[in-house]
Design a binder for this molecule. Structure first.
Ligand SMILES: [Fe+2]
Length: 226
């Protein structure tokens, strides 16, 4: 039977997401990265273990709300131990690594949306550009973040002359020749090994999007396969 939405209900929204940084000492730098991404820190709770538990919101209007929240805490020991057992069993990073590991990594390198990721919508292209110009700089020069970020950008499928001209003038997008699965918006991705996700727990991918004004058909409303 095909999926169909039939239950009548009240308003709901995306609530929260729980992220994990990998090691207790990297909590502060992981939290700093989230602030560089524009998330707003509302709580920094030091647990009895000494590890930090952080609460962020996607923007200040969510400060006291129950949605738009990102929690950030240290990877629990049991999860770390399982990840380590998986790495050992698959000989990850050794000369006889299981071929499925490199095969998945290659797919994620090809398409940052291939596996788990989280997307944040920005209402300003300039905000997105400023955030990612700062990340480019941090990845080259910041003592704690140097080499810890992988940045990838997608332009919309071409065809709207006004959008194409705006992007040709963008400090981020003018040199980009990768394309999203849709029109009239841009995507910027940051993958970092400070945070854990996925089957090997090695990195987390975060996506940031901007949709051009007054376009109903855009990459987040209609997916196009070309
Ligand atoms: Fe996505």
């Amino acid at each position: 039977m095909a999926a169909e939405s039939t239950i009548e209900q009240g308003v709901r929204s995306m609530g929260h997401m729980a992220l994990h940084y990998k090691t207790p000492d990297e909590g502060p730098v992981a939290a700093r990265l989230l602030t560089m991404l524009g998330y707003v820190l509302t709580q920094d709770l030091v647990l009895p273990s000494g590890a930090h538990f952080y609460r962020f919101v996607v923007d200040a209007s969510h400060r006291s709300r129950g949605d738009g929240i990102i929690y950030l805490s240290v990877l629990p020991d049991a999860q770390r131990d399982l990840m380590q057992a998986i790495h050992d069993a698959l000989h990850v990073g050794t000369g006889h690594e299981h071929p499925a590991v490199a095969a998945l990594r290659a797919k994620i390198d090809e398409d940052p949306e291939f596996t788990f990721h989280y997307g944040t919508l920005l209402e300003s292209l300039e905000d997105l550009e400023q955030i990612f110009l700062a990340l480019e700089d941090a990845n080259a020069n910041d003592p704690e973040l140097k080499g810890r970020l992988k940045l990838v950008y997608n332009r919309p499928l071409p065809g709207d002359a006004e959008v194409d001209a705006w992007l040709d003038a963008s400090p981020i997008y003018r040199s980009v020749n990768r394309y999203a699965y849709g029109k009239n918006g841009v995507q910027a991705f940051v993958e970092t090994d400070l945070l854990s996700s996925g089957m090997l727990g090695e990195t987390l991918m975060l996506e940031f999007d901007y949709i051009f004004p007054d376009r109903a058909n855009h990459l987040l409303s209609v997916v196009e396969w070309q």
